[in-house]
Structures are given as structure tokens and as C-alpha cells.
Design a protein around this ligand. Structure first.
Ligand code: ADP
Ligand code: ASP
Ligand code: MG
Length: 457
């Protein structure tokens, strides 16, 4: 069967349903999700994350300095999560052996990694969480009488070999989905893995932490899907992270642009790249809670009825501020180009930037994280050849997201009057009329967001 069977305005719509880590954390959670899948025949493709906590365990296993005892403990913990789910499923010949074989394969890789660390092996290790959860979720669906099969996404999600943050070959994905995945969707629900892919050599790759949302969006795009549903642990997108303040409210409808700004500026609810494929093909995205599906959720789409000045506040922690200062910059040209040449050479991507006469301040998102090129002493030393450099850690980026902010009267006082007890750094406004961002010390970040939320909403 070809993709044309899923062409738009069809009687036979296709929803890609993605379930995050907490939604597939254990058997009961998986059962709730399986009932959601079963309740709507449009749910033909299911994308799952690893069960909650498993990827964190795998990250630890993939690191260089894990001792033998810790390795054993982590593998036992991962194994327990899988077998706790397995035990509640109906008996099935060979399933225990399949799980055991996967665990043995994981143990072997972890042993190799301990002897000789490789980024490639780290990604292979990380890929196990989604392999386990997709295998088990398929069985949960089958136990409800749903015709379901498990599909290895690495057959279609071809990427480059940038382990930890692999880039997907979009044309290849589309072609592979047409050839290999679409034919599978005709008569049964297919369960597949988020977050992982494979490179041209067939090695497993990963798309970055939280990447299952992005995988699901890419698959929806490649299959010309009608809807993308992101099932998580909150009843939609809120005016700010509901963990920061109980005053946060769910948003019924939000535009692609606003939701993309929220994701970019750290609202963990969506991986930052999720909306890019959805926007390219105008695929509406629903975000809801797998625990309370009856409560509805947020619909993200192109056109929305209201575009309020203040829509939400996002927070991104672990930001680094680098200030480069050189009197030579005064009336000189080419200084910034030199700074950026160094950063580009080290694959460091600058987030925010402000300039004054002789200095420039730049921020980097989590440059000490494992998935990004590092702001190493080498980079700092190279910058120091050009100018004075200061590096500050422990900052958080607060972003106020809304509409027409460049034309909003009283914006400055509305935002800053209520948080004038805090040390606000590096205010950035003007490049986009959808956001205003600034830095605050990490320890004040939640209070700043809470107070700002009380004022603006
Ligand atoms: P999943 O495992 O389903 O992918 P995540 O933990 O990645 O779920 O994302 C859901 C979490 O995102 C919520 O529990 C919530 O704490 C957080 N979050 C951050 N910002 C927002 C927001 N604006 N609205 C809703 N949730 C948010
Ligand atoms: N399991 C991966 C992670 O924890 C991907 C995801 O959950 O989206 O980062
Ligand atoms: Mg997530």
C-alpha cells in the first residue's frame, strides 16, 4: 500500500500518538495509554519514550567512570522496571527470553564501554530504553485485543553520525516511511521508538534528550499524518511550568509560533524542535495527560482565536554567560566576526547576545552538558588571545512569551516592577516580537517566574 491511502481529507485519518516516560513508566500507566490508543481508530502509529528513569540510568551506564558494582546495580534496576511490567502481562512464549537477550546485549555493550569509551557505544546503550518500552507496550495493546506490532524505527530514522545529537535525513525518512512503515499501518497499530535512529553504518544514534516528541513529529510529517498527539503527565501546555507555581493554568489553544517559542526557551513539555516538522506540514498538535485524557488538553495550530500580549513564561536553567571585552573593539570592525569564528570552529552555538561599546555578552545553553560541544578551557584560551574573557555559570534564562511585544505599552514596567528585588542580567528584547528574555541567578529563578506569573496572568 502506498502513502496515498493516507492523503489528506481522508476517511481514514492518521494520528501519531506519542507517550512520554511517565506515561509508560509501569504497567498501569501503559494500560491507560493503551486504552487511549484503542479509543480512537485514527491512532495508527504509537511512538514511545523509555519508561521514566530508564534513560537516566542508561546515561550513567554510558559514562566512562562507572564502577563494576554500580553497573550491576543499574542493570538490575533497569531489568526490574521491565520485568515488573512483563509480570502483569499474559503469558507469552519467548517474551522473557527476548527481554533477557536485550539485557544481555546491554550488559555486553556496557562492558565494552568500560574498557574503551566511545560516543558511538554511548548511543547504542541509550537506545535500549525505547527498545524495551516499545516491546512491552505492544504487548499491553495486544492484551486489550488490539492488533498491534512493533516496528524498529532505526529502519527509517536515518541520521548522520553525530552521536548524542544526531541530525535526521528528512528525505531519507520520508522515502523509508513510504516504503517500509506505511505498508505496516494498514491493518494494525504500529508501536515504535522515539529518540533513536541509526546512521549509515547501522549504528544506533540518538536525537538529544527529550527527543521522542521530535521523533513523533518527524514521523507524522513523513507519513503526511493528520494529527500529532503528545500524551504526557500534565493536561496540556500551561502558562508556566505547573511545578513552579500552582497558579499556572492550562492553555486551550496556542499558535505554532508561540508554542515553538515556549519549547525553544525551555518549557520542557515539548522538545525544542518538535514543532518544526508540524509547522512545515501544518499538522495540528494536541498535548494532553495520559492520566486524565477526559480533561482534554492544548491544541497547537496555525490560526488561533486569541493572541494575548502575555501568553506564558518559560524557564531554562544551567545557562552560561560569557563576556568578551576589548578596547580595540571601539570603532573597529571585524571583532565579532573573529569571536564567532572561534565559537563556530568549536561548534558552540550562541543563544542570546547583547553588545556595548567595548564588550559583548553571549549566553550558551548548558555548555557543560554531555550532548553539546563544550565551552572548554581551549575555547576560552583562544578567545583570550583576542580579548578579556569572563565566564559565569549558575544562571537561568527567563522568557516572557506573547504577541506583539515590541508594540506593547508599559512592557518594561509590567515585567520588571514586580521583580526589582532580583539581580536581572542581560535583557534581550527586539529581535522577536514574541519574546523578552533575561537572566537571573539560578537560585532566584523559580521565585522570579512565580512572581512574574502572578503579575502577568
Ligand atoms: P514526557 O516524559 O511526557 O515527555 P516531560 O517531563 O518531558 O514529559 O514534560 C512534561 C513536564 O513539562 C511537565 O510535567 C511539566 O513539569 C513540564 N513543563 C514545563 N513547562 C511547562 C508548561 N509551560 N506547561 C506544561 N508543562 C510544563
Ligand atoms: N527517553 C529519552 C529521554 O529521556 C527521550 C524522551 O523521553 O523523549 O531523554
Ligand atoms: Mg519530554
Amino acid at each position: 500500500m502506498s502513502l496515498t491511502a493516507y492523503a489528506s481529507n481522508r476517511e481514514n485519518p492518521l494520528t501519531v500518538a506519542k507517550f512520554g516516560g511517565t506515561s509508560v513508566a509501569d504497567y498501569q500507566a501503559m494500560l491507560r495509554c493503551a486504552n487511549i490508543v484503542k479509543s480512537d481508530p485514527a491512532n495508527k502509529l504509537v511512538v514511545v519514550s523509555a519508561s521514566a528513569g530508564v534513560t537516566n540510568h542508561l546515561v550513567r551506564l554510558s559514562q566512562e567512570n562507572v564502577g563494576q558494582e554500580e553497573r550491576q546495580q543499574i542493570i538490575a534496576a533497569i531489568s526490574q522496571i521491565q520485568f515488573n511490567i512483563r509480570r502483569q502481562l499474559p503469558e507469552e512464549a519467548g517474551l522473557d527470553e527476548t527481554l533477557q537477550a536485550l539485557i544481555a546485549e546491554l550488559e555486553l555493550l556496557v562492558g565494552q564501554q568500560a574498557d574503551d569509551y566511545k560516543a558511538q557505544t554511548a548511543d547504542a546503550i541509550l537506545s535500549f530504553g525505547e527498545q524495551f518500552s516499545s516491546l512491552l507496550f505492544t504487548r499491553v495493546l495486544q492484551s486489550l485485543g488490539v492488533a498491534a506490532g512493533c516496528f524498529d524505527v532505526r529502519r527509517v530514522m536515518k541520521t548522520n553520525s553525530l552521536y548524542g545529537k544526531a541530525v535526521v535525513d528528512l528525505a531519507g525518512l520520508r522515502h523509508n516511511c513510504r516504503e517500509l512503515l506505511a505498508p505496516e499501518l494498514t491493518d494494525r497499530v504500529i508501536v515504535t521508538q522515539g529518540f533513536i535512529g541509526s546512521d549509515s553504518l547501522g549504528h544506533a544514534t540518538t536525537l538529544g534528550r527529550g527527543g521522542s516528541d521530535y521523533s513523533a513529529a518527524l514521523l507524522a510529517e513523513a507519513l503526511d499524518g493528520d494529527n500529532l498527539a503528545i500524551w504526557t503527565d500534565v493536561v496540556g501546555i500551561f502558562t508556566t511550568d505547573p511545578r513552579i507555581t500552582d497558579q499556572a493554568r492550562a492553555i486551550k489553544e496556542i499558535s505554532f509560533g508561540e508554542a515553538a517559542e515556549m519549547a525553544t526557551f525551555g518549557a520542557k513539555i515539548l522538545h525544542p524542535a518538535t514543532l518544526i516538522p508540524a509547522m512545515r506540514r501544518n499538522i495540528p498538535v494536541f498535548v494532553g495527560s495520559s492520566k486524565e485524557p477526559e480533561k482534554g488538553g492544548t491544541l497547537i495550530k496555525q490560526q488561533v482565536e486569541s493572541s494575548p500580549t502575555y501568553r506564558s513564561i518559560a524557564l531554562r536553567k544551567e545557562q552560561t554567560l560569557v563576556t568578551v571585552k576589548s578596547p580595540a573593539m571601539l570603532h573597529a570592525s571585524g571583532f565579532l566576526a573573529k569571536v564567532f569564528t572561534i565559537l563556530t570552529k568549536h561548534e558552540l552555538s550562541v543563544d542570546l547576545i547583547t553588545t556595548s561599546e567595548i564588550s559583548v555578552a553571549l549566553t550558551f545553553d548548558n555548555p557543560t552538558g554531555t550532548t553539546q560541544a563544550l565551552l572548554t578551557s581551549t575555547v576560552v584560551a583562544e578567545l583570550e588571545q583576542l580579548c578579556e574573557v569572563s565566564v559565569e555559570h549558575g544562571l537561568s534564562l527567563v522568557a516572557v512569551i506573547g504577541n506583539g511585544l515590541h508594540a506593547a505599552k508599559g512592557l518594561g514596567s509590567n515585567i520588571f516592577d514586580k521583580i526589582n528585588d532580583f539581580n536581572i542580567r542581560m535583557i534581550c528584547h527586539g529581535a522577536s516580537d514574541n519574546n523578552l528574555c533575561f537572566l537571573v541567578p539560578e537560585e532566584d529563578a523559580n521565585t522570579v517566574v512565580e512572581q512574574l506569573h502572578n503579575t502577568l496572568f
